[in-house]
Every structure is written in C-alpha cells, then in structure tokens.
Design a protein around this ligand. Structure first.
Ligand code: SF4
Length: 684
C-alpha cells in the first residue's frame, strides 16, 4: 500500500556536468531514496554521489539566517537588516569609486535563472561588467579552442552519440571518476560493441587501464603530439579531403604553422614513440567516427586554449564533425558550467555569448531592462583577485563558490579577501570563503528550488523543488532579486519560469525554451529555435561563420611556466575523486560516503617511494613556490616516476591543493594553470 505522505519529485543531480535525472522520494524533510529514472542523459543510472550524497540538505551546519560580521564574530540578522547594509555599502562604493569598484561572481553550481539574475544585477543595477562564474576555473580554454575553429563552445553531439563512435579518445580526463555515468556509456560501447579507446594522461586511472592504447606524454605536452599526429595525417594524404573542401577554411596557413611538428620532434618533446603516434593517426583515419573527450588535464595549463584548439583542428582535418559518433566533447565539470556561461555570467558577454561591446546587442538588452549597460569588458575571476590587491576593486558579491579553497594560490586569494572593503558571500553553508565575509546570506540547495541546469551536451533540464527552504534560507534567484530591489530596482519575478521567459526573449540560443517545453523529463539542447525545435547534433549544415565553413587555427605551443627544478623536483598533478564533489562542502556531510573516503592524500609512484623510503600512510610535507601542505601518502602504480597526484577534494584548508598552485594561467582565458605546478617532498 502506497504511503500517501511520500512525495516523489523529479530533479537533476548537482554533482557533475553529465546531468543525471532522478526522482527523490521524501517524507516531510526526510530523503527516503533516490530513484534513477529514464533521464535523457543518464538512462537509468546514477553514480555514488547522485545516489547517496544528499545528507547535506538536513545538515545542522546549514545556514538558516543572514549573518553580519561584528569584529571577529558573526551575529544572526534579519533579511531587512542584511539587505539594508548591503544596499548602503554597494551604493556608497559605487558613488565614491564608480561601478567598476564592485564585482560579482555567479556559480556554475546554481541554476540558469540564478546566474541570469546575478549578471543582470551587475550590469543593469550596478553598471559594471565585472561578473564571472567558476567555469573560469575549468573549461574556458576548451570553449576558446572551439570558438576559434568551429564557432560554438559546446559539446558537438549528445552523450548518447559517444556510443556510436568507432574510436573514443580521452585526453586529460579522468572520466570514470569525474563523469561516471558518461564513462559508463564509453565502457559499455568498448566492451560490447568493439569501440576502440585511446587514453592520453599522466596517470593510469580506470579508463587508462581499460584503453586499447594508453600513452603518458610528459606534462603539458599534449599540444605537441596532437599537432604532430595532425601533420602526419596531412603529410601522408590521409585527411578527409572532401570534408575539408566543403567545410573547412585556412588549410594552407595552418599547414605552414605546423611545419616543425614532426613525429621525431613530438617524440623528443612528449616522450611518446614515433611508432605509437603513427598508430594513433592510423586509428583515427580508419575509425568509423572519432570522438575526443577532454577535461582539466588539458585546460588547466598555460597552453590550455592552444591544446583545445589543436584537438578541434585534428577533428576538422579528419572530417570528424557533423555526424553522430564524431566530434568534440569538452566535458564540463560542475553541473551547470555550460549554463552559467550561457547566461552571460562572463565579463565580455551577455547571455548567449553576445558581446558587451556590440552596440546592437546592448541596445536590445537596454530596451528590455530599461537601464544603460556598461560598454567595455569587465574583470574575470582571476583579474578580480589582482584588482583587489591593487586597490581598484573594493567590494565583491560571491555566491555558491568556495573560492578560498578552489581558486589557485589560495594564500594570495586569502590576502585579497582580507583587503576588501565589503564582502558578501551567499551559500548554503558557512564556508571557508564566508569566514572572510561581512555579510553571509543563506541560500537553498537544489532540492529546495525550481529552475533549470544545462549539462555538458547543451541539454537544458528542469529541476523541481522537493522540499521547502530550510529555516530562513531562500533560493538564490529570490535573494538576488531582493538585493536588486534594495538597490532601487523594481524586479517582480514570481517564479524562475518568468526569468526563463526573459532569457528566451534576449538569448537566441535559448529562443524556444520555456518551462512547458521542459516539463517533467523533457529537455532541449541548444540552440533552441522559437518553435521549440532543438539541436542534438550541433553542426549539421555547416558552422556558424559567415560562409558556413570552419577554420583551421594556426598552432602555437605554449610550454608550462612552472617546471620541475633541482629545488622543486616533482610534478604535482591534481584532480577529482569519484566520491566527492569539488571542495566537498556537500558530499563530506554524507556519512555513508565520507566514511569510505574521509580525506585527501597524495599518490606517489612505487619507484619514488622506494627511492625516498616511503610507505602508504606516512605523512609528507609538500612545498611549492607558493605554499606548503601536510598530507598522507598512498603508494600506487597509477602514477609514475616523479609524478605526484592529489585529489582536490578536501575541507581542510591546510591540505588544500591550492596552497601549492600558483597564479599563472592559461594565456588566452586566465583559467588557472593548476596542473603546471612543481613541488618538493619532505618526509615527516
Ligand atoms: Fe550523474 Fe554526475 Fe550526478 Fe554522478 S555526479 S549522478 S554522473 S550527474
């Protein structure tokens, strides 16, 4: 007999860019179970996080009321008092120093509607383009590489299309841990359908162990082997001539730019033997469709944009676009990396990647919003930190981002936060970042609000409120609306669906999106035309350039800025672990998960362990040019030689990976070069 007090609510997982759907069973505030259902991205499964990591919802540590700093302490405050203080400080700063003395950080953990209002607050209410989101920390270089070559920054096909590829190549992606359900599709196609799998990575993770061919290039050299393989294919006349002739520009210029990337040069730089590179080239040209997946092992380097460009160049030369089972898959980390950027929470673009310096674009938004828009590009996350140190940025409003753990060089970030005149942090917990705040606003997690997320394959899906907000917490969009109105705006959104209607009216990529078309498990992949037809395969009739042709973009190898030396003799790699999400503010609060993986560790190769007399469990001190941490060792053959690997997931700031990373970035996008880090190891 069905218990009538049990509610079943459809929602979307918040833990990665795959965007698995499921129903959450609740009774009052108790979460009884998560039931994976036939979501378009996941079929019928979830991973451990999606299934079991929801205890944070009812955690005693949830913020349930606004907090205001008094000296070294915080006291509870009413919403009226907190909003009044924020409005006064924002207004004073804008009047005294101008609108660009304020900055806003949206979150790729939050909904599209939350991000939309954050950038609207920055632009239409304050008058600054100083707005960004945490995709700056991960996939901006992939987007840059795709913009240069094929015009759109998203996955070129659907997750399900991966199963149709004859060959899947994974580069710098620990897919089985970072995008588990997507990895399941590749594993299934590999095992059951004979799909070929090539993995290039520093670390022998699960996908590498399953691969038909696993290569371990030297750190930050993927660009070189990719470009050498492309050159070899062209030199041997193995390119897809018909595809290039019809759909690709700039072949001659591109060929000239890659002259020096011979197989011999690539072997010298990357360490991958020439014969292996030849084999990779043959595998690609012989495969019935090649998909390349890549993630932060590529993007979080000084040359992340260049390597992403090289990936797309290789796909173009071999005709691997414009059909299912072929194309580019830059795997988005957070659940709404794609959406937060689509919404224009970026300093150079309003929604849908429309440029802020385009007068026609601004006029369209100004007419709708009834306010003038700032005309020049604002600061990105990375530039904001420097601007606080310089004294030109004085106030920040940040939501849903544990910046004091996940930004690179957190010692430098800490110093910046100390210098701010006024800092507002909006989150579901009193995070480490919140400790630097002047006002902390209590937000609601995904199970307590309606909205939409856009996953890695550009798929827009609805989430539905399963529980009422805890205490006096509120959905982010409601809080931002309250802040805007306290500053004199007159916003009257009653539901996120009304925000989406506004988005659809201003953003061509979302033109046909509305909540009715997303009802239940229905979803849409952008671009969505006004009639509601969507685009599972991104390129079908050419590319979004004036002549419809893609562009081969000239090659430029950018070596890492920080390399191993006699003093810092070990390369320090870092990434995610399966069981935890990001800094772990949410997943470490689920005892069933955190008891299995209670903390972080550093992986050390057996040969390095033997050389230094180390065994698993021993604590070491890792020291970089930027800071030091103390962490236990796990000896494993997943890493080799002088490579170290450490998961970024920790709540202990003293063990944060980013005590070690520096402020150097991808040169084109300012994504931190987390992976270009050298350390020394001291045995404790
Ligand atoms: Fe799916 Fe990713 Fe959530 Fe796992 S973490 S359930 S793969 S969306």
């Amino acid at each position: 007999i069905r218990d009538q007090s049990i509610e079943r609510t459809k929602t979307v997982c918040t833990y990665c860019g795959v965007g698995c759907s499921f129903e959450v069973w609740t009774k009052e505030r108790h979460i009884l179970k998560i039931e994976p259902t036939h979501g378009p991205a996941n079929g019928v499964s979830t991973c451990i996080k999606g299934k079991f990591s929801w205890d944070h919802i009812n955690s005693d540590e949830r913020l349930t009321t606004p907090l205001i700093r008094e000296g070294d302490r915080f006291r509870p405050a009413s919403w009226e008092e907190a909003l009044s203080l924020i409005a006064r400080k924002f207004t004073e700063t804008r009047e005294k120093y101008g609108p660009d003395a304020l900055a806003f950080i949206a979150s790729s953990k939050c909904t599209n509607e939350d991000s939309w209002l954050m950038q609207k607050l920055a632009r239409a209410v304050i008058g600054t383009n100083n707005v960004d989101n945490c995709s700056r920390y991960c996939q901006s270089p992939a987007t840059m590489g795709l913009w240069r070559t094929v015009g759109y920054g998203g996955d070129s096909g659907s997750i399900t299309d991966l199963e149709q590829a004859g060959l899947v190549i994974g580069i710098g992606t620990n897919t089985a841990e970072s995008h588990p359900v997507l990895a399941t599709r590749v594993k299934r196609a590999h095992k059951l359908r004979g799909q070929r799998l090539i993995v290039a990575d520093l670390r022998e993770h699960e996908m590498a162990q399953r691969a038909d061919l696993f290569v371990q290039p030297k750190p930050a050299t993927d660009f070189v082997w990719l470009t050498a393989v492309t050159k070899f294919i062209l030199d041997e006349g193995l390119e897809d001539k018909a595809f290039i002739s019809q759909w690709v520009n700039d072949l001659d210029e591109y060929r000239q730019s890659i002259e020096r990337y011979t197989l011999a040069y690539a072997e010298e730089v990357t360490g991958i033997p020439e014969a292996t590179l030849r084999q990779i080239a043959q595998e690609i040209v012989q495969a019935d469709g090649t998909c390349i997946m890549w993630a932060m092992g590529v993007t979080q380097q000084c040359g992340g944009s260049e390597t992403s460009t090289a990936i797309s160049n290789l796909l173009l030369v071999t005709g691997n676009y414009m059909r299912p089972g072929a194309g580019s898959y830059p795997l988005r980390g957070h659940n709404n990396v794609q959406g937060a950027s689509d919404m224009g929470a970026m300093p150079a673009f309003v929604g849908g990647y429309q440029k802020v310096d385009d007068p026609e674009v601004r006029a369209k938004f100004e007419a709708k919003w009834g306010a003038p828009l700032p005309t020049t590009k604002g600061l990105d996350n990375h530039e904001m930190v420097h601007a606080v140190h310089d004294g030109t940025l004085r106030v920040m409003y940040l939501k849903g981002e544990e910046m004091a753990i996940v930004d690179s060089n957190v010692n430098y970030v800490d110093e910046a936060f100390e210098k701010l005149d006024f800092f507002v942090v909006q989150d579901i917990f009193f995070t480490r970042t919140a400790q630097f705040a002047d006002v902390v606003l209590p937000a609601s997690p995904s199970l307590e609000k309606d909205g939409t997320f856009t996953n890695t394959e550009r798929r827009i899906q609805r989430l539905y409120k399963a529980l009422d907000p805890l205490g006096d917490s509120k959905p982010d969009w409601e809080i931002i609306q309250m802040v805007a109105n306290a500053l004199g705006a007159d916003w009257n959104y009653r539901h996120p669906s009304e925000i989406m209607d506004e988005i659809a009216s201003l953003v061509p990529l979302y033109a046909g999106v509305n909540y009715e078309r997303l009802e239940g498990f229905k979803s849409l992949q952008w671009p969505v035309l006004p009639d509601g037809s969507d685009t599972p395969l991104l390129f079908t009739e050419g590319f979004p350039f004036p002549d419809g042709k893609a562009r081969l973009y000239p090659a430029e190898f950018i070596p890492p800025l920080e390399v191993a030396t006699a003093e810092y003799d070990l390369h320090f790699n870092n990434g995610r672990m399966l069981e935890h999400f990001h800094e772990g503010n949410m997943t470490f609060k689920s005892p069933g998960v955190s008891s299995k993986v209670p903390g972080t560790f550093v992986e050390v190769s057996p040969e390095l362990a033997a050389e230094r007399g180390l065994e698993s469990g021993r604590f070491v001190r890792l020291v970089s040019r930027h800071g030091a941490i103390r962490v236990p060792v796990v000896v494993t053959s997943r890493v080799q030689g002088k490579q170290l690997y450490m998961p970024m997931n920790t709540q202990d700031a003293h063990q944060a990976v980013n005590r070690l990373t520096g402020s150097h970035t991808d040169l084109s996008t300012h994504t931190p070069a987390y992976k270009d880090t050298a350390v020394r190891m001291e045995i404790l």
